[in-house]
Design a protein around this ligand. Structure first.
Ligand code: CO
Length: 178
């Protein structure tokens, strides 16, 4: 396992729709393990594959932060099939450091996904898990949480965002091998 570098705002991969995962092999297992390790190191509650430079429909959630008896979990090819209610909570993103904004989203969701062995599941999620999964599934579709704030708030953040993007453009291109 290895901690991977986190791709920052401004890198095109964060804006691409990811490819579905079709092979449930060692490669995807290693990627999921690396993502869990990277998420732990960065103290994140969730991480999506494009954030480590892989355009694949896979995200991991640090369930221990929600329920300390739970283990980190991978959601592969996740799709929200139903949602209900609304709630407003502050969000941040490991790819957009130092920006936190209130975001309104459905309060509960039903998500269909495959586990690391390719088995299909359907899960009802509320509260923090519903929130994290919606943020991560957005990543898999090239959407960032700052897309969900008002145009006026975004304008106020534009200088900070430009700074993050210009710093990330000086970093070495993302390697997909490690
Ligand atoms: Co994020």
């Amino acid at each position: 396992m290895a901690v991977r570098k986190i791709v920052k705002y401004g890198q095109p991969i964060l804006r691409q729709k990811t490819n579905p995962v079709t092979e449930f092999d060692d490669e995807i297992r290693h990627l999921a393990e690396d993502m869990v390790e990277t998420m732990h190191e960065a103290e994140g509650i969730g991480l999506a594959a494009p954030q480590v430079g892989e355009s694949k429909a896979l995200c991991v959630v640090n369930l221990e932060l929600i329920d300390e008896t739970a283990e980190p979990k991978a959601y592969i090819n996740p799709k929200i099939v139903a949602d209900d209610g609304t709630s407003t909570l502050e969000e941040g993103c490991l790819s957009i450091p130092d920006i936190r904004e209130d975001i309104t989203r459905p309060e509960s969701i039903t998500v269909k996904y495959q586990d690391i062995n390719g088995e299909e599941h359907e899960e009802q999620c509320v509260g923090m898990l519903a929130r994290v999964l919606q943020h991560e599934i957005d990543h898999l579709n090239g959407i960032l949480f700052i897309d969900r704030i008002s145009p006026m708030r975004r304008k106020l953040l534009s200088k900070k965002l430009k700074k993050i993007a210009s710093e990330s453009s000086f970093e070495a291109p993302v390697s997909t091998s490690g």
